[in-house]
Ligand binder design. Structure first.
Ligand SMILES: [Zn+2]
Length: 197
């Protein structure tokens, strides 16, 4: 069977299987098919174990207006991480999340992934940012566009999907473990900055 990648390394036309003249973006000389490679959207969640409203005497605006490093005498929120049970990066800590499906909006994907991976409904918070990263999938390295959101649990009873996650833990946003993907490491720094911790 002729190996045919669909990512940045594609060397054969996905429509007519003719060799492509060069890397994407390119046009097949055989059938004029135009091949583009785009970063695939994913979502990642920083599920927090406390919310501004749960912190005594700290309303949302007070919480968000706090200066970085300011001593509040109140617990800082921690975020939920899952230990990956599957390749790539098996055994590494990650934020819950996954790929957007078809026309699914990242915010909808975030709610769906929480239900699938954690068995809970969540309340979605602030969009932390978008990060371009790499994901190894079916022997190709694909570009991904990772969206990160803050979130809180509507239901404290987390039920992990053993096919996806081996265990869970809660970590400090300012002292996180190395995460499975560089985009997660960047996003956790931004999440801490947004929360002024
Ligand atoms: Zn072609």
């Amino acid at each position: 069977m002729t190996p045919r990648g669909y990512g940045p390394g594609a060397s054969f036309c996905p429509r007519c299987a003719a060799p492509l003249p060069g890397p994407a973006p390119t046009t097949c000389a055989g059938c004029r098919y135009q091949l583009f490679v785009n970063a695939r959207p994913t979502v990642g969640l920083f599920v927090l174990d406390s919310t501004p409203s749960q912190l005594p005497g700290s309303g949302p605006s007070e919480f968000l207006d706090r200066a970085p490093g300011q001593v509040s005498g109140q617990p800082e929120p921690r975020f939920l991480a899952l230990r990956r049970a599957a390749e790539p990066m098996i055994g590494r800590w990650e934020t819950p999340g996954g790929f957007c499906d078809g026309w699914e909006h990242p915010a909808e994907a975030a709610v769906r992934e929480a239900r699938e991976e954690l068995g809970v409904s969540i309340t979605l918070g602030e969009h932390i940012g978008m990060y371009v990263g790499s994901y190894e999938f079916q022997d190709e390295v694909l570009p991904v566009l990772d969206h990160f959101f803050l979130a809180t649990l509507d239901d404290p009873e987390i039920v992990l999907d053993p096919a996806e996650s081996a265990e869970l833990n809660w970590f400090s946003l300012v002292d996180p473990p190395p995460l499975a993907f560089a985009t997660m490491d960047a996003a956790v720094r931004e999440a801490a900055r947004r929360l002024r911790i």
